[in-house]
Design a protein. Structure first.
Length: 328
């Protein structure tokens, strides 16, 4: 057994994957394995991966299946006591794995957050933000172990990104943690399942991960991937309901479920607005016929409630836009 396994998934990352791999192989901590999943790349990604001669690398290649399926496949192969994730266009600081492992091991955590820092690929500038700085956690959370219920604010203000944590492998396997497959935004339901199953969490207020912002970044271009905000939200609801967490979190959960597709519909490229509207409408009509409909009416704030009802009432996207732009 090695101490840390790093799972790196890549689809057409020939511009960036070399740096990502080097950032792992050149760590100050070397008791690790790197599991690279080449998710059906059609560019030079495979050649770059194969150009590295290091016995710590294990390569998995399969047809394009998306990040969820790739991560699930890799997790089955993990031999490490702990596991971390890296996207193919990002990289670690040189001491990231050593710092993360020592924290997780010393506190025996189920998982540990660490800070990310942003890198703008066009300008070359590095910048921080509150979300990836974990600023929702005040000083009382530093150098301690806690559970989700110890946090007084909304858990839906936490950073959901899978790459911002180090996980105890035995814990993930014990709770049978899996990413939803076939959709983007798979991090989100995975995170909340893991979060609410965890008994021991800690944070590291140090920037260990460099997150690259570029033209093809999933959160930079609001394109067809954002259609998956609907199934991701459905999966989140299922997780909370099936695990008995719904009643305790429903006020914030329902707002969170509405806001993802609501903001996506506002910002998505024009040719995807109607398809996204239709997905949202189908989802909301199923909610209307369920026992949870009254909860949405009772718990949503006025803006989100109007959006919810306007979608249900509308005949089509144009009708929705007319209704939604009208004052209550």
């Amino acid at each position: 057994m090695v101490k840390v396994s790093v799972i790196l998934t890549a689809f057409n990352e020939e511009k960036f994957i070399g740096k990502a791999i080097e950032s792992i192989l050149n760590q100050t901590f070397d008791d690790l394995e790197l599991i690279v999943v080449n998710d059906g790349s059609t560019d030079g990604t495979s050649d770059i991966i194969n150009g590295f001669d290091d016995e710590r690398i294990k390569l998995i290649s399969h047809e394009n299946s998306g990040p969820g399926a790739s991560r699930n496949r890799a997790l089955k192969e993990v031999r490490g006591e702990y596991v971390m994730y890296l996207d193919g266009d990002d990289w670690y600081s040189e001491d990231a794995i050593e710092i993360a492992y020592r924290e997780a091991k010393s506190k025996d955590t189920d998982f540990t957050f660490y800070q990310m820092i942003n890198y703008d690929d066009k300008s070359g500038k590095i910048y921080e933000n509150d979300w990836f700085n974990l600023n929702i956690f005040d000083e009382s959370f530093e150098d301690r172990v806690f559970k989700a219920c110890d946090y007084d604010g909304s858990i839906f203000d936490m950073s959901v990104g899978v790459c911002q944590k180090i996980y105890n492998t035995s814990f993930l396997r014990r709770i049978d943690a899996k990413f939803p497959e076939g959709i983007f935004f798979e991090d989100m339901p995975f995170f909340y399942y893991v979060l609410l199953k965890a008994d021991r969490i800690s944070i590291i207020k140090r920037h260990l991960y460099y997150r690259r912002k570029h033209d093809a970044s999933i959160t930079h271009v609001v394109d067809e991937k954002f259609l998956d905000t609907v199934p991701a939200g459905q999966e989140l609801m299922r997780i909370f309901i099936e695990n008995g967490w719904y009643d305790a979190y429903k006020f914030d959960l329902l707002a969170y479920k509405i806001n993802g597709p609501r903001f996506a519909l506002r910002d998505i490229e024009e040719n995807y607005k109607v398809p996204l509207y239709e997905l949202i409408k189908k989802d909301y009509l199923s909610i209307k016929s369920s026992k949870y409909y009254q909860d949405f009416l009772d718990n949503l704030g006025p803006v989100k409630k109007k959006f919810f009802l306007d979608i249900i009432k509308s005949k089509d996207y144009d009708d929705f836009m007319t209704l939604n732009q009208a004052k209550s």
